[in-house]
Design a protein around this ligand. Structure first.
Ligand SMILES: [Zn+2]
Length: 425
């Protein structure tokens, strides 16, 4: 007993010493300052524990800690994807795919997707829905507990959708009864939306995901058609505000987008069929656009080759180029655009492929990088990611080549650090 007490006391006195371990340094040949929108040369990043404590010009090599030599590389903050689906199987031709695996097996799927996402340089994601409610909450918590490697996750918990809507599993026989955990966010009216939204947040979702319109990948729904009513969306937004968070709306059609904005959402996902009025509303209200302008090409090529439903391919065709033209107008209008790809529709780990599309459709390379760093952090209301700066997490990536001259180098990240720990070198 006595010995145990002495050991415990020793551990207590040692703990502060361990916290003051020698600092970790990164020598960055080039450093992208996403806050100022410029590139710094030959910088010394000082890291204490999981956070950056200083960024300064390199002078001489520090002698009191380990120095990671990225002096021939370009260093950026870890990238952020605001629209992923880590916990579900990647998209297939089978509408009943989510019914083929147990919740336990899906946890392993989620862990595998989380790892490849992190290794691709995405150190944070906003995960915007799972078919089985709260699998994303569990994955976020497992990553935070250090059980499995993965990005920092902000999660939706479940889809808030109308019966048979874009956030339901559709296309199965009419008398198939889906498990309750696949219908946690299915709402019948505004009062129901209040109840279900409160329940999702009570289960520790970080924000709410509203399915305002039909979806490309949910059979029997149409992207241009509004589904949730404005009152239902307003009910969910009120519940989110009560908990100090926000709601985002999946909305392809312009009327659904406008209705969601009037209801008070913070961001619009997809926005494929946006019109000038919807763009003006996003700009005036400071609503963020998260437009997945890469995956249409993937669906067209891979989906055609793998027998995806003709209806899906038709809806993809109707939304892909329209979305890109809308995106171009939104960039011109100065709408806040946060990087989001719908990873899961195409394979996880390829998240950076969209960056060159955003440059092709009107952004400067720096704007595209900021959309995946500072702008994404602002949308999530997180002040500790999105930049390499004192006080923020030491989430860094390093690339060989100049990401400002050719953003596609971000598709082949050379090294990844999350919270001061090197994930891949
Ligand atoms: Zn999605």
């Amino acid at each position: 007993m006595m010995i145990r007490t002495i050991l415990a006391a020793a551990a207590l006195t040692l703990a502060p010493l361990a916290a003051q371990a020698a600092p970790l340094y990164v020598h960055a040949g080039k450093l992208v300052d996403t806050l100022q929108g410029k590139v710094l040369t030959d910088q010394l990043i000082t890291i204490d524990g999981e956070r950056v404590v200083a960024v300064a010009p390199w002078k001489t090599a520090p002698t009191d800690g380990r120095v990671i030599d990225w002096s021939r590389r370009m260093v950026l903050p870890g990238l952020i994807d605001m629209h992923t689906h880590l916990v579900d199987q990647e998209q297939t031709e089978n509408v009943a795919e989510p019914l083929l695996t147990t919740a336990a097996y899906q946890a392993y799927i989620g862990a595998a997707h989380a790892r490849v996402t992190l290794e691709a340089g995405f150190t944070s994601v906003r995960d915007v829905g799972t078919w089985r409610a709260f699998g994303d909450v569990a994955l976020r918590d497992a990553i935070n507990a250090g059980l499995v490697p993965g990005p920092r996750m902000s999660v939706a918990g479940a889809y808030i959708t109308v019966p048979g809507g874009g956030g339901e599993i559709t296309g199965v026989a009419g008398d198939v009864r889906l498990p309750d955990e696949m219908r946690a966010g299915v709402v019948e009216d505004a009062a129901d939306a209040h109840r279900k939204a409160a329940n999702i947040l009570a289960h520790h979702a970080d924000f709410l995901k509203l399915i305002a319109t039909g979806a490309v990948l949910t059979v029997g729904t149409e992207p241009g058609q509004q589904e949730l009513t404005e009152d239902e969306m307003r009910a969910a937004v009120e519940e989110a505000a009560r908990r100090g968070t926000y709601a985002t709306a999946h909305a392809h059609g312009a009327e659904g987008m406008k209705s969601a904005m009037r209801a008070g959402v913070r961001s619009i996902e997809h926005g494929s069929l946006m019109d000038d009025e919807a763009i003006a509303m996003m700009k005036a209200r400071g609503v963020f656009l998260v437009a997945d302008i890469y995956d249409g090409d993937w669906i067209d090529a891979y989906g055609k080759a793998h027998g995806w439903p003709a209806e899906t391919l038709r809806k993809n065709y109707e939304t892909t180029e329209a979305q890109r033209e809308g995106f171009r107008k939104a960039v011109k209008a100065g709408v806040k655009i946060a990087y989001g790809t719908d990873a899961g529709v195409y394979p996880h780990g390829l998240n950076a492929r969209q960056i060159k599309y955003m440059v092709r459709y009107g952004m400067t390379p720096m704007q595209a990088i900021q959309s995946a760093t500072t702008v994404a952090a602002e949308l999530m209301k997180k002040a500790d990611v999105g930049a390499v700066a004192p006080g923020r997490y030491a989430d860094l990536i390093a690339v060989d080549g100049d990401a400002l001259a050719d953003v596609s180098v971000l598709e082949h990240v050379g090294a990844v650090m999350k919270g001061g720990v090197v994930v891949r070198e």
